[in-house]
Design a binder for this molecule. Structure first.
Ligand SMILES: Nc1ncnc2c1ncn2[C@@H]1O[C@H](COP(=O)(O)OP(=O)(O)OP(=O)(O)O)[C@@H](O)[C@H]1O
Length: 299
């Protein structure tokens, strides 16, 4: 059975009368790796922070009860046990490291707070990610944004969390750093069955790892599916304008009217629909990229 590590029901959050989350229903199962996508300001950070009980929802910390609820490992997010808390690793969008400490001091401090701490992993990552003795002894406030982000990731991975939540973890990383990070993430998932949720704007990274993608749009999870399945089953349908104008597809994701009056429709197609469309004169089916999908779903 695939038990939910994260479960949200009817989660809402407004700022000054403006609704950002509008009743988010969402489940993330054990061992799933989910990339959370959405345009700037869609509410990804708000959703992540509400989910972790770090920010109030309209119903309070942890989403309230009954109709509006958030649970992590089956416990209410607003009232998590210390044991459940220790199972969660979080890398926020903005560095929350104590800037006056050195990396070594910071890691030594956090080591005391967790029941589990993988020293081998920490040393290995520090060495691989460019933390030489001088860098390890320097004040964190003086490190570059990318070095701070790497340290934040190492700190989150060290206690071997069962749920890892990362808010744009690679935004400040160079391409090599991003690749190393993704490799580490994949290894962790394979070795330990870690459940991972991360938000990102770098779509090419998602295409390199087997993930589910979830799109946040208009305050709800508009679509979630395994990325390969989504790309495999989605097509841009174009061609004869009259034929397409009246075309009804079960899972239309977006429809664009071009300057010349022609249409193109992006839709998830069943096998029967594909066969039917391919047999229609003047209709073309083309594959779409994740970028196309992002544009259509979040339009
Ligand atoms: N404390 C706050 N007060 C008022 N509005 C806020 C506050 N925090 C967030 N918002 C608003 O909520 C919306 C969602 O913000 P959020 O940071 O969650 O988006 P995001 O999807 O993470 O964006 P990005 O991709 O740019 O990081 C934005 O319009 C933002 O201005």
């Amino acid at each position: 059975m695939n038990t939910s590590v994260v479960a949200l029901k009817g989660v809402t959050r407004s700022f000054g009368g403006r609704s950002v989350l509008r009743g988010v229903d969402w489940r993330i199962g054990r061992g799933e790796v989910v990339g959370l996508l959405g345009r700037n300001g869609a509410g990804k950070s708000t959703l992540i922070e509400c989910m972790l009980g770090l920010r109030e929802t309209d119903a309070g910390i942890g989403g309230g009860n009954g109709e509006n609820s958030i649970t992590l490992f089956g416990e209410p997010a607003g009232d998590l046990s210390a044991a459940a808390r220790a199972r969660i690793g979080y890398v926020p969008q903005r560095s929350d490291l104590f800037e006056w400490l050195t990396p070594d001091q910071l890691l030594a401090y956090f080591r005391t707070l967790y029941p589990r701490w993988n020293d081998y992993k920490v040393e290995n990552l520090l060495a691989r990610w460019g933390f030489d003795p001088a860098t390890r002894g320097q004040r964190i406030g003086r490190l570059s944004a990318g070095q701070q982000q790497r340290l934040s990731i190492i700190r989150a991975l060290a206690p071997e969390p069962d749920l890892l939540v990362l808010d744009e973890p690679v935004a400040s990383l160079d391409p090599v750093g991003r690749r190393d990070f993704l490799r580490e993430l994949v290894d962790d998932v394979i070795e330990r069955g870690t459940t991972v949720l991360f938000s990102t704007h770098i779509l090419s990274d998602l295409e390199r790892i087997a993930v589910d993608v979830a799109f946040l749009k208009d305050g709800r999870i508009a679509l979630q599916a395994p990325l390969d399945e989504l790309l495999e089953g989605t097509r841009r349908v174009s061609g004869d304008a009259r034929a397409l104008a009246t075309l009804q597809l079960d899972q239309e994701l977006g429809r664009v009217r071009h300057d010349n009056g022609a249409f193109s429709i992006v839709a998830r197609l069943s096998a029967q629909e594909s066969v039917r469309l391919l047999a229609s004169p003047g209709v073309r089916l083309d594959p779409v990229s994740l970028e196309d999908l992002f544009e259509e779903v979040t339009r």
